[in-house]
Design a protein around this ligand. Structure first.
Ligand SMILES: C=CC1=C(C)c2cc3[nH]c(cc4nc(cc5[nH]c(cc1n2)c(C)c5CCC(=O)O)C(CCC(=O)O)=C4C)c(C)c3C=C
Ligand SMILES: [Fe+2]
Length: 408
């Protein structure tokens, strides 16, 4: 298929995907809905949704390997995905669910009638996409160099790490989010294949001051000191005009870490120690020694015994910008459970940690190096998977596609 043909939409129609027309633009003013499922987050825009968008309740995250070595097929897949995403974020199927009885329906059907549910679909490119298969080696940004080995990485499982492409689907409804990854896999069959997938529930990071701070599976408020102001996002999340690779301007880098939490051990720990681990009070979320959740952390405060109120290896002390040269990240994590670990009979559950930033090496790596060495929390967690993706700027209009400037 020629470049002109697929950019003209012939490829989309040929693959059975209805190309989103001008209807996709009419929702620029759409509001985020309540419980009715009709909340829409605009898909088209200079920046991808699903990064600074207030975190929805549910996540389905898919990592894909590219199976073709034909760059045109890869581009067609990304164009098909972009057209399908425009439709799904409006609550529409990606094509007819009723076809001739002899043919499979184009849309798989499970999201019909559920509404858009604040769906956002965020796509990223892994470092491995920039090997010698697609002629992209010279276009890999310095910030997309693979993550170095970090303390605590010894238990990482390569089969659930990395990937050439990622899709982060977030929604208020789990089936709407699942529908995205399933249909992306279906649309891309022959060109891409799912490598690993992770579901998440109960957003475990507050990303907006309008949201009540949610709790992680250890029962602590998570996201209190997250990036919430636009100015901080400009400084720490979005790649700006000085980027070494122009195609990433307006994008962001996503780091994911599946972090198993040893819940049974945690549940037998006493409350005082649980609070010492984080440096915050469990119920209120306040820093130890303070009253309110949003009170400042005072790392110099000492108790009657002369010891620091916030332990020297407390998670919040080690992760705080004051102790990391000012560095911040935008956390957008979700709780997860994959049932019971058959080897131990214990809960297989934890935090699917997602962070967005403009430079993962200067930000995530710096934080995790310090946390991995000293964090009190390490006694109760295991990092099981790791991935890094460059999320390009947004798809601006119908006919454009994720990464168009990369392939230009
Ligand atoms: C490398 C970055 C981080 C990893 C990995 C990480 C794992 C992790 N965190 C919690 C729970 C909490 N984290 C909290 C704060 C916090 N965490 C990080 C970074 C990582 N966390 C940062 C930058 C911060 C903010 C520090 C600050 O500025 O004060 C908190 C406290 C509440 C809050 O501010 O969000 C909790 C609770 C878990 C359970 C976990 C791995 C499973
Ligand atoms: Fe944390």
């Amino acid at each position: 298929m020629s470049r002109r043909r697929f950019l003209g939409g012939a490829g989309l129609a040929g693959a059975g995907v209805v190309v989103g027309g001008a209807a996709g633009f009419g929702i620029a003013e759409a509001t985020r809905g309540g419980g009715s499922g009709d909340g829409q987050v605009p898909f088209h825009g200079a920046r991808q949704a699903g990064i600074t968008t207030p975190a929805q309740q549910r996540l389905v995250f898919g990592s894909f390997d590219v199976k073709t070595t034909d760059v045109e097929k890869l581009k067609v897949t990304l164009a098909l995905w972009s057209a399908a995403a425009s439709l799904m974020t409006q609550g529409k199927p990606v094509g007819p669910t009723e076809t001739a009885p002899a043919n499979p329906p184009v849309d798989t059907g499970e999201a019909v009638g559920l509404g858009p549910q604040d769906l956002t679909i965020t796509v990223g490119f892994g470092p491995s996409l920039f090997d010698d298969r697609f002629g992209l080696a010279g276009k890999r940004p310095a910030a997309l160099a693979p993550l170095p080995a970090l303390p605590g990485d010894t238990l990482l499982d390569p089969s659930i790490s990395g990937g050439d492409l990622c899709v982060q689907a977030c929604s208020q409804d789990p089936q709407v989010a699942f529908h995205v990854v399933r249909n992306f896999a279906r649309i891309g069959r022959g060109a891409v294949a799912l490598r690993w997938m992770q579901e998440g529930f109960g957003r475990a990071s507050s990303t907006s001051s309008d949201q009540q701070t949610p709790r992680n599976l250890f029962g602590f408020k998570d996201g209190t000191n997250n990036i919430k102001a636009d100015a901080d996002a400009e400084r720490w999340v979005w790649v700006d005009d000085e980027a070494d690779q122009p195609w990433m301007r307006g994008g962001s880098y996503l780091v994911s870490r599946k972090i198993r939490m040893t819940i049974e051990t945690w549940d037998s720990d006493n409350l005082g120690d649980q609070e010492r681990v984080f440096g915050r009070m469990k119920e209120s979320g306040a820093p130890i020694g303070a009253q309110g959740e949003f009170d400042a952390l005072d790392f110099g405060a000492k108790g009657d015994d002369g010891k620091p109120l916030i332990d020297l290896n407390a998670h919040v002390r080690l992760a705080h910008p004051d102790n990391n040269g000012g560095v911040q990240i935008l956390r957008r994590s979700y709780n997860y459970t994959n049932g019971i670990d058959p080897r131990t009979g214990q809960l297989d559950a934890g935090l699917f940690f997602i962070a967005f930033q403009r430079d993962p090496h200067a930000q995530f790596v710096r934080l995790q190096t310090q946390l991995g060495h000293r964090d009190n929390l390490n006694e109760y967690i295991k990092h099981e998977s790791s991935a890094l993706f460059a999320c390009p700027p947004g798809v601006q209009k119908v006919g454009d596609y994720w990464g168009k400037a990369l392939f230009a």
